[in-house]
Every structure is written in C-alpha cells, then in structure tokens.
Design a protein around this ligand. Sequence first.
Ligand code: FES
Length: 147
Amino acid sequence: MLRREFLKRFINWSFGILGLGMLASSIHLYPKEVKEMQTRYFPAINSDDAPRKGVKKTTLTYTDNSGENEARIFLAVLPEGLTAFSAVCSHLGCLVDWDRGKELFLCPCHGGKYDIAGNVAGGPPPESLTRLPVEIREGKVFVGVTV
Ligand code: FES
C-alpha cells in the first residue's frame, strides 16, 4: 500500500470514528426530559358544556414535571369538529382573546389577528395558533398537552 493511500484511509477512518463518537455523545447528552416528552390528555370541560357552535374560552389544568399548571385554551367548532387552540400568540407569546363580533382571535400586544381556525388573519404573528389534540370520552372533553 502506498503511503498516500494509507494516509487517505487513515483520515477517512479517523473522521468516521470521530463522527460515531459525536453521535453517541449527543444521544447520551440529550436531555432526559426532552427524550421522554409525550402528549398527555387532561380534562378541560364536561362534554355537555362544550360549544355547539363558535368559540368557548376555558382554562386547562395539567401537570408536568414542574407540578400543576394552568393554560388558557379555546375550543372552537370547525367543519372538522371540535378543535382546541392554545391562547398563546405565535408572535411574542401574549394571550389572545376571541372577539365574537369580529369573529377573530385578537392579540392585545401588537394587533395580531387569527381566524376561527387559528390561521393568521393579520398583524405580525408568523404562524397559526397552536392546535391541541382533543378527545371526547367519559362525558368530558380531554385536551392533549406535550409534557
Ligand atoms: S404577541 Fe401577539 S401580535 Fe405580538
């Protein structure tokens, strides 16, 4: 084997081993909490109290590693069924509210607007409102949260 060929193979193997080492350490160092995040469902309201049309604001109480938390959410009746949204504006995180007259979610901070499906309808928000999964069972509306 020529010296040049040997050096070429040595360098290729070295980079390969280095890459495997970096991959192994990144898997090992990946935060345990992130690895174990999952969607868990928490009861939001009784299904009898769910909106039949339009939008209803409610508070979802859920628990995660930090303890008990509350989040403002909206339940909206869309053509595809009951849908839940986080009230957190995608711009800078203020809480939006539903304006029944304008039929828009309005953000008080910078004038962000979202339609009933959570799509951006005006202002600076870069993305739609976050949709949350919904399950109706046991007479309750359960809303999924990633915890
Ligand atoms: S935080 Fe909602 S528009 Fe800026």
